[in-house]
Design a binder for this molecule. Structure first.
Ligand code: SAM
Length: 299
């Protein structure tokens, strides 16, 4: 059973305007919350193609959606064109990307996503490719580590954190999430009133790096127009400013997109209270080039 609550579900669904019989691609299956909503919207004559890089999410999705019109595929969403080709589909009516981390991944102590976990600091969505985060920590020069934490975590104490990591690894390998979190907390001055854990930005930076999350998002946004029917819609939910900037720029600069959200849609107060994970969510929607200037929900 998934612990993940889909964010911005009502507005997302309203803006995608899916008719019964439509085909939707969910690039980030996760706990299957959005996929279920898409499936309900397209009905028994429609189809949902659902991808995830995490084999655990894919296996759970295959069980959950068995016998339903859903294709669950283990793939990076940047490969969506190839996935549709392999399913003999030329284009879809809607694409949803809800990027980042699911609550199920956060709760899995063996993967290191949670700062308290004593499990290995892995941080990969797909553990069959690339290298775990602890290996990077082991081999990266201090300067490079500091630059990474600064650029991808927007962490102002990046130099101090990198120095502490390098000093510590001379003494003992940093293999677990809680070990890294303790080191970061030691290097960072707590900002009074700031609710997030001081380790948040460093973990974010490492996770984005080991998964090449920004690269995957850029490639997916370049691929998406070739996967959408004319007039088809794409909705992207992101959780921090680096991702949101990529979405904003791709939608603005690529002439194949017609932007429907001038500003990102944020969760209303009630949703943020109900589901704290949704607090930083930003939703942007675009349509595959049809020359009108309609804007989503008057935003
Ligand atoms: C925020 S969760 C999605 C939750 C889902 N929308 C739901 O309602 O349950 C993000 C999911 O996307 C997956 N993911 C992240 N980057 C990906 C990528 N480049 N390709 C495919 N899946 C990706 C993660 O493994 C994770 O399961």
């Amino acid at each position: 059973m998934t612990a993940h609550v889909p964010v911005l579900a009502d507005v997302l669904l309203a803006e995608l305007r899916l008719d019964p019989g439509a085909v939707a691609l969910d690039g980030t299956l996760g706990g299957g919350g959005h996929a279920q909503l898409l499936l309900d919207a397209v009905g028994p004559d429609g189809r949902v193609v659902a991808l995830d890089r995490d084999i655990g999410a894919v296996e759970a999705g295959r069980i959950r959606f068995a016998g339903r019109p859903v294709d669950v595929v283990h793939a990076n969403f940047d490969a969506m064109r190839g996935v549709l080709d392999s399913l003999n589909r030329s284009a879809v009516d809607a694409i949803v990307l809800d990027v980042g981390l699911s609550s199920d991944q956060l709760a899995d102590a063996s993967r290191g996503f949670s700062y308290e976990s004593t499990g290995e600091l892995d941080l990969r969505f797909d553990t069959s490719v690339g290298e775990p985060a602890w290996r990077r920590l082991e081999r990266m020069p201090e300067r490079e580590l500091a630059d990474l934490i600064f650029a991808l975590g927007e962490e102002r104490y990046s130099r101090r954190i990198a120095r502490t990591i390098v000093e510590e690894r001379r003494r003992a390998p940093i293999r677990t999430a809680d070990h890294l979190a303790r080191l970061v907390r030691r290097s960072v001055r707590r900002t009074p009133g700031l609710k997030i854990d001081p380790a948040t930005r460093t973990f974010q930076a490492l996770r984005i790096a080991v998964n090449d999350e920004l690269g995957a998002l850029e490639r997916a946004l370049r691929a998406a127009p070739d996967c959408l029917k004319p007039g088809g819609r794409i909705a992207v939910i992101s959780f921090h400013s680096l991702e949101d900037r990529i979405v904003k720029n791709a939608f603005r600069q690529d002439p194949r997109y017609n932007v429907l959200t001038k500003k990102p849609i944020r969760p209303i107060e009630a949703e943020s209270r109900r589901n704290p994970r949704s607090r930083s969510a930003r939703l942007r929607i675009a349509r595959h080039h049809v020359g009108t200037t309609e804007s989503a929900a008057g935003r």
